[in-house]
Design a protein around this ligand. Structure first.
Ligand code: ADP
Ligand code: MG
Length: 299
């Protein structure tokens, strides 16, 4: 596994505000990473630091194996962290030719990248005639002109209509499928769920979860229960090794599973202990519920 980016205890303060707190994670080649968190959780600041446009306060990061300086390494990184801005009276090709000149890369890939983002047919239209989604797609094409090792996107679908959002997500998946590593920041759980393989969840600059998107949803689920004899039910639940924690809400009891168990097995077990359940439903948290649970204000 080739490492693209390593963060080690990275922190950033803006005066009294700690925007990023002891953040550590690594990005491996070929995966799609999401930095997920509500507004103000430190996503853009984190991207700004590793792209060398925001100074870190403490900690460290390095690109690739750390053998080259950040400036040199960033030549292999494609990033869009601001609203795309191109010359309004120039067409897509002219704008991208200019980008190639500035970045000192060949213009040979312009058509290929415009095709990838679905703008080949509109390549001779002036930038000012583009929709917001087309502008964003042109920015993606622009960031890919030098075939970067990694593409970095900050809130890539913000402000777009549903069709525009869908197009951008499909393009991101296509780029990932071709082997380019991707790191995107988003406050949208469903975006990360749909597009990413790995996720770093941030709340107030702190990582609450780092790992696979699948792993985020690895819980075994829970039973929602009711019985005329709540006290006896609770007693049995506490004794049951398969049950982790219990929550009470009126006469409804939620029992979280430590290990896999289906509802009928559980029902039989309770029945054999003389407990009659008047309500038994097995459920699993949706990713959304988990996300809200993880990011809810604990203070
Ligand atoms: P996100 O991208 O997750 O919405 P940001 O990284 O933009 O979050 O911001 C994280 C925190 O840092 C916020 O509290 C924000 O107000 C603060 N912040 C960001 N940039 C600056 C800045 N240049 N000066 C002062 N505070 C900032
Ligand atoms: Mg941001």
């Amino acid at each position: 596994m080739q490492t693209i980016l390593t963060l080690d205890n990275l922190s950033k303060n803006f005066g009294p505000i700690q925007a990023v707190k002891n953040l550590s994670f690594t990005i491996e080649k070929g995966n799609v990473y999401g930095i997920l968190g509500p507004n103000g959780s430190g996503k853009s600041t984190t991207l700004g630091i590793v792209l060398n446009v925001v100074n870190k306060t403490s900690g460290s990061y390095h690109w690739f194996d750390g053998s080259e300086g950040t400036h040199q390494a960033l030549k292999k990184v494609g990033a869009i962290i601001e609203r795309p801005n191109f010359y309004p009276y120039m067409n897509a090709v002219q704008n991208l030719e200019l980008v190639c000149k500035i970045k000192e890369v060949s213009t040979s890939k312009i058509d290929e990248k415009l095709e990838l983002v679905g703008l080949l047919e509109r390549k001779l239209s002036k930038f000012k005639t583009y929709s917001l989604g087309m502008k964003q797609r042109l920015a993606i094409a622009s960031a890919l002109l030098n075939d970067p090792e990694i593409l970095i996107l900050d809130e890539p679908t913000n402000g777009l209509d549903p069709q525009g959002i869908h197009q951008i997500r499909e393009i991101i998946k296509k780029i990932a499928a071709s082997g380019t590593t991707i790191l995107l920041a988003s406050h949208l759980l469903d975006e990360v769920e749909k597009v990413c393989t790995h996720v770093v969840i941030l709340r107030k600059g702190e990582s609450l979860y780092t790992g696979s998107v699948e792993g985020m949803n690895a819980s075994h689920g829970f039973f929602v229960l009711q019985s005329r004899n709540t006290a006896r039910l609770k007693e049995e639940l506490e004794r049951n090794a398969a049950i982790g924690s219990i929550k009470e809400d009126g006469d409804l009891i939620t029992a979280y599973l430590n290990e896999p168990m289906d509802a009928s097995t559980f029902n039989e077990e309770m029945h054999s202990k003389g407990i009659v359940l008047s309500h038994l439903v097995k459920r699993k948290e949706s990713l959304e519920e988990l996300f809200l649970e993880i990011t809810k204000n604990l203070s």
